[in-house]
Design a protein. Structure first.
Length: 108
């Protein structure tokens, strides 16, 4: 898959899902570094949702002209074949915010 750079935004297909996992085709942010993305067939992604919650482990982004919430609490490892069309990239500020949330999650 081309353009699997960190903080790229893609459409992805999460199905099949179970339980409380986010369902249906939706955008996601690639959060794994290129050094991983270039050598393995899986990537770490944060799914985006249109359900905006003011939780400390989510940030609101503007993707495709709509408000989306980056659901860092739903961090997933997925096969690259789940990625669909490339949408764009996050700004440096948005990228830093996601990294700060992930850092907080793993150091809490």
């Amino acid at each position: 898959m081309k353009n699997t750079k960190r903080f790229s935004v893609f459409w992805f297909n999460p199905n099949p899902t179970i339980g409380s996992e986010l369902q249906k085709v939706r955008p996601c942010v690639v959060v794994s570094p290129e050094i991983m993305n270039d050598v393995v067939d899986t990537i770490l992604i944060v799914p985006l949702t249109s359900t905006i919650k003011s939780w400390p482990f989510r940030i609101t982004l503007n993707v495709l002209g709509k408000k989306s919430s980056a659901a860092c609490d739903q961090l997933r490892v997925v096969d690259k074949t789940r990625l669909r069309e490339y949408i764009g990239s996050l700004s440096p500020t948005e990228s830093k915010e996601i990294l700060n949330i992930l850092k907080a999650i793993f150091t809490y």
